[in-house]
Design a protein around this ligand. Structure first.
Ligand SMILES: Cc1ncc(COP(=O)(O)O)c(C=O)c1O
Length: 400
């Protein structure tokens, strides 16, 4: 079968050796760090202001421009987890409240809810998109429900128009966890530009990395000011001053806060990555399409049902029969192909076993079937072929 793989840009990494015995193992994630990031790091270090400073303000402005979200307010923080925690606090979530979240979600979402003093309530996901199933969320609502977290998964987006209606109908705040969706568009609108509160993660393996970083997109100046206070309220430094690489020596403390700010070095790396988003998007889309083409005729394997036209995919996953998953992963490992599991359902962790939940049958199946395959920016065709070949050969030999 002749597969088409045609990102319009050149792949940067050389084609790997074809012999599997000599080829290096293919990791699930591989950050794309190159000369622009090295140059940016040097410049940021040479500036001599290592904490939150001018690069952070530039990064926030650049992301806002990239998203075309002139009517929104942007605050960069240290991680996606910090962004989630502050988003929930800014939405007024606190002790005694409940927050509905998909159980099929990142652990940091559950931890952030707990950190506010509220309780997670676990909801199922849709079998096709792996994003929250709002039909199943409705019966979970009680007078304690304050907010719903909706997470875009891997290369799929939630039905955000429906999410907005749902939130309006039930007077809920929405925390849109778009950690996987930076660079994606929903109905022509950039993800980040339309939600109640949206958060991103720029951790080491994300589509865009700041090494570690996170970001909130907020609707109001009041929420922005609250987040500014909370992200550095241990010292209550005014952000406006720090954006000029300066600090105050006397200040007041008015607000519970955390050391959640982003540092200049991380913002500088984020800026370098942002300048390459078009290439990152194109090469990741091309790789995912190549996977879908190369794996589409294996009956036992379920693939993401998307043409990747609107998404900048963070992660490529397959669903395999649950009784074959361990053997499948071992066979790929033997051929030098690393795989991952995103995610184990939240309600299965010891810490969250007592949390209220609805029917989670789809989540439970997905949790037993899901496997992440390697996806990097600027992935070369030799690497993709090795992964496809490893998957095909597992299902061709004895296992199908
Ligand atoms: C969906 C989702 N939300 C939040 C996070 C947390 O981001 P961070 O690792 O930057 O804290 C992650 C991290 O993988 C994630 O996948």
């Amino acid at each position: 079968m002749a597969l088409t793989y045609s990102p319009k840009i050149e792949m940067e990494t050389p084609v790997e050796p074809s012999s599997e015995a000599t080829a290096p193992a293919i990791p699930v994630f591989k950050p794309w760090i190159d000369e622009p990031e090295y140059d940016a790091s040097r410049a940021a270090l040479e500036l001599g202001w290592l904490g939150m400073g001018s690069y952070v303000s530039q990064f926030e402005q650049a992301v806002q421009n990239y998203l075309g979200a002139a009517d929104r307010f942007v605050a960069a923080v240290s991680t996606g987890h910090a962004a989630l925690h502050l988003a929930l606090l800014a939405a007024g979530v606190g002790p005694g409240d409940e927050v509905i979240t998909p159980s099929f979600n990142n652990v940091t979402d559950f931890q952030a809810i707990l950190a506010t003093g509220a309780a997670p309530v676990f909801c199922d996901v849709d079998d096709a998109t792996l994003c929250i199933d709002l039909e199943k969320a409705a019966p979970l609502i009680t007078p304690q429900t304050k907010a719903v977290i909706v997470t875009d998964y891997a290369c799929q987006l939630c039905d955000h128009a429906r999410v907005a209606e749902f939130a309006k109908d039930h007077s809920l705040r929405v925390i849109h966890d778009a950690a996987h969706a930076f660079g994606s568009q929903y109905q022509g609108e950039p993800v980040g530009s339309f939600s109640d509160i949206c958060i991103f993660s720029f951790d080491p393996v994300k589509t865009l990395t700041c090494i570690d970083g996170g970001l909130l997109i907020l609707r109001t100046r009041e929420e922005l000011e609250l987040v500014h206070e909370m992200r550095l309220a241990v010292m209550s430094q005014p952000s406006t001053l720090m954006y000029q690489n300066q600090r105050a020596w006397t200040y007041d403390v008015k607000q519970l806060g955390f050391r959640y700010h982003m540092a200049n070095l991380h913002a500088a790396i984020g800026l370098a990555q942002l300048a390459r988003m078009a290439r990152i998007t194109e090469t990741r889309r091309a790789a995912c399409r190549y996977y879908n083409e190369g794996l589409g005729d294996i009956p036992a394997v379920r693939l993401p049902q998307t043409d990747f036209a609107d998404v900048t995919p963070f992660l490529y996953y397959v669903r395999v029969p649950e009784q074959q998953r361990d053997a499948f992963r071992a066979a790929l490992r033997d051929r030098g192909v690393d795989t991952g599991i995103h995610w184990q359902p939240g309600h299965c962790f010891t810490l969250f076993r007592q949390c209220r939940r609805g029917d989670l049958s789809i989540t439970e199946s997905i949790g037993r079937e899901i496997v992440s395959l390697p996806l990097h920016s600027a992935m070369n065709i030799g690497t993709l072929d090795r992964v496809i070949e490893a998957v095909r050969s597992f299902f061709q030999t004895a296992h199908e």
